[in-house]
Design a protein around this ligand. Sequence first.
Ligand code: SAM
Length: 275
Amino acid sequence: MQFPNDVLRVLTDERTVIHNDRVQVPFEIDRAVYERMNKVLKEMGGRWDGRKHVRAHQFPYRIEEFMRQCLAAGEYPSKYDQGWFPTPPRLVTRLLDLAGIGPRATVLEPSAGSGAIVSQAAQRGGVVDAVEYDERRAGLLREQGDARSVKHADFLSLDPLDLDEGYDRVVMNPPFANGIDHIRHAIGFMSDDAVLVSVMTQGLMWWSDRKTVEFRQMVEDAEGEIEELPDDSFRECGTSIRTCLVYLPSWPGSSLRTHEWWVKQPRQLDLFAAA
Ligand SMILES: C[S@@+](CC[C@H](N)C(=O)[O-])C[C@H]1O[C@@H](n2cnc3c(N)ncnc32)[C@H](O)[C@@H]1O
């Protein structure tokens, strides 16, 4: 959900105090703007505390870094708009620790949003290529300048064979609705000495439909792991969505269909090309 312009102006005003679990606007604002801001902050999980010594929106968790991300993106996740959930900073740290991103490692973020993962990965010395379907967020990623490249594209339509070589690391928090498709497709972008780490909905751990069961089998065959994340992992996004982490390592000869696997597949002959 995009912040209304006037609310964004108030929240990014240098006099506004966003600290720990509070958002405080210590100056006069128009009543209508206040109402709009109050609505946004409530959707993000805040609550007005009018006591004289507080007079601020109070959140049940630390909002500071997360609010910074949202204000930079110009949008916030609300219960009415489930499509965009920036990964909270603490969880990004966890993902990147697990992925083990070292200096100059090539990293793919295939559904990069407004760059929560991209920026931390770049800070660790990773050389990051980002893909994002939403044009505005792709523009924002370019402005941030943390990624080596930003593609405004549907990741699922990209062909791994357009790359000369696979990535050292793939780190992602894809849209959950078709997260399995995103992770499977991302495997095709891994080198044969790579690690993929993804956030996914916890349903992945117990859903019994064929697609999910086959996915779990693929993870097991590849000596990967699916680990439950604490229930409050996305609390600061105002959602109690339950999530898990998928960890997949690759090596020469592993069962994963990595970039090298695709390169080795015989190309289909175009029998009509010469006609
Ligand atoms: C859950 S958000 C996560 C954003 C970012 N990965 C992060 O961790 O903060 C998912 C993002 O995937 C993007 N997205 C959805 N479908 C996509 C697709 N087919 N190709 C690329 N990006 C896509 C959405 O626009 C959204 O920004």
